[in-house]
Design a protein around this ligand. Structure first.
Ligand code: AMP
Length: 474
């Protein structure tokens, strides 16, 4: 019987809302809306969306596999630490400590900070877990978010991810060289062309003598310096070497260079690092102005800089590091030489994107499971798990009801086989295997279906699917 069409009484059309002014937002000091109906991201923070995870996984997996191949063990460090851990190590007069740290008082009235970097935390962990007494070097790597309240721009965020490598306990030049090789290998494996810039800032003693000269030189030209650089000259003169000001960069041409002030031991350490790099053919460029932003560095400092700059004005340093022989002692531990580096993951992902380097595709499903009704869904749920554990990728559309729609999905996915489980098959303990190319169907025992599908798909190819079952030690 045809349905009677109901006529729906027409409502008076609602009067159109006329917006006379923008809805009022309570703006915070950075001009961000606070009281809109929806929430907005904080400036400098971002979501890493599902569609971007492939490239992120490529970077994370590459770093992990290289770390393991060089016998670095992973360490996970807390995101929140006592703020003086960073204040004491990174140093006064650095931008990080002076204006970029997220510092607040916790409910126990302690001053804590979201970590702006993780080297200080790694050194803290090295001391607090008595790693000084383990065989040296202790080689650790980490990966996680860092926080700096810096001015956001392309490639610079307030929350960003770093992967870092730290080697504690050995002062030999080969440690510095091998760390540079590791960084270089990561970029090479990812397909990125990166140059290594390197410098030595010697020991605290030779640096002090150099700084006296440097300050004297810039004092003669003080009038020409920007306010920022004048402040640097007073608070942390080494930082003037990485000033971006045009005038300062010109003045630097005639400025004393740290390499001329290195003592014999520092010179020898540095020369050896360079020789090792030549030995393994890692190209480097000497950059006498490279000092790195943090106070705790000694001897080698280096940066990995994108060779084929994206040209979009984004930051081109993909990572950096150096030796920090004084750090453990600053934190109250026994004097311990150490060296490390950190890579910026956002910038690496961005560089991959710019070069069109894509992650390998996820293996496509080769089997589709089509169900008809709840009883077959129940069997399907279990079967899906069996296939997954056997390493056979299966797709499904458990949310759909009609067979037609499910077969269309199977066709779209391009699977080779579709398994059809209707109510009759559930009662009989069978299942239909449909060959999607020929349309041929066979009814088989549901208990044997995993083995049969495995045979059909993999035996001809002579390969085994990758099993997802955990390996249990016997
Ligand atoms: P740094 O500890 O400052 O030497 O940083 C090491 C690497 O982390 C840099 O070379 C960048 O690739 C990355 N990095 C540092 N700061 C940021 C930031 N604010 N946003 C994104 N990446 C950053």
């Amino acid at each position: 019987m045809p349905f009677k069409k109901k006529t729906i009484p027409q409502k008076e059309p609602a009067p159109k809302k006329v917006l006379t002014e923008e809805p009022k937002k309570d703006l915070d000091e950075e001009g961000e809306g606070k009281s809109g109906k929806t929430f907005e991201l904080l400036r400098g923070f971002r979501d890493i969306l599902p569609e971007d995870q492939g490239r992120w996984n490529l970077v994370r997996d590459t770093i992990r596999s290289i770390a393991e191949s060089y016998s670095f063990d992973r360490i996970d460090l807390p995101i929140l630490e006592r703020s003086d851990l960073f204040q004491r190590t990174i140093g006064k007069g650095t931008d990080i400590v002076e204006k970029e740290m997220y510092v607040f008082t916790d409910p126990s009235n302690r001053s804590v900070a979201l970590r702006p970097e993780a080297t200080a935390s790694a050194a803290r962990a090295y001391i607090s877990h008595g790693m000084l007494d383990r065989p040296q070097p202790v080689k650790m790597w980490y990966l996680g978010p860092m926080f700096r309240h810096d001015r956001p721009q392309a490639g610079r965020y307030r929350q960003f991810y770093q992967a870092g490598f730290e080697s504690f306990g050995v002062d030999e030049s080969i440690v510095d060289a091998q760390l540079i090789v590791i960084g270089h290998q990561i970029f090479k494996q990812l397909g990125l062309d990166v140059k290594v810039e390197i410098n030595s800032i010697g020991t605290a003693e030779c640096r002090a003598a150099y700084l006296t000269e440097l300050v004297a030189y810039f004092r003669q030209h003080r009038a020409k310096l920007s306010e920022d650089d004048k402040r640097r000259l007073q608070k942390n003169p080494l930082r003037i070497l990485d000033s971006k000001e045009e005038v300062t960069r010109e003045l630097l041409q005639g400025a004393p260079q740290i390499l001329d002030w290195l003592d014999e031991k520092s010179k020898e350490h540095f020369m050896k690092v360079l020789e090792f790099l030549e030995e393994v053919e890692v190209p480097y460029v000497l950059n006498p102005y490279l000092v790195r932003g943090l106070d705790y560095y000694t001897h080698s400092v280096f940066e990995f800089v994108q060779a084929d700059d994206t040209g979009d004005g984004a930051q081109s340093a993909l990572g950096g590091g150096g030796r920090y022989d004084g750090l453990v002692e600053i934190l109250g531990g026994r004097s311990t030489p150490a060296c490390g580096f950190a890579l910026g993951l956002e910038r690496i992902v961005r560089a991959l994107e710019a070069k069109g380097i894509n992650p390998p595709e996820r293996p496509p499903a080769r089997v589709f499971f089509a169900q008809l009704g709840d009883a077959s869904r129940r069997v399907g749920l279990k079967l899906f798990e069996e296939f997954r554990q056997a390493g056979i990728p299966v797709a499904e559309a458990f949310g759909k009801n009609a067979l037609k729609g499910q077969l269309e999905t199977a066709n779209k996915l391009g699977v080779e086989l579709t398994l059809i489980l209707g109510q009759k098959e559930v009662l009989d303990g069978t299942i239909i295997i449909r060959d999607m190319e020929s349309g041929a169907q066979e009814i088989v025992d549901v208990k044997k279906v995993v083995g049969l599908v495995k045979k059909k798909l993999y035996q001809e190819e002579g390969v085994e699917p990758v099993s997802h079952s955990p390996v249990v030690d016997s």
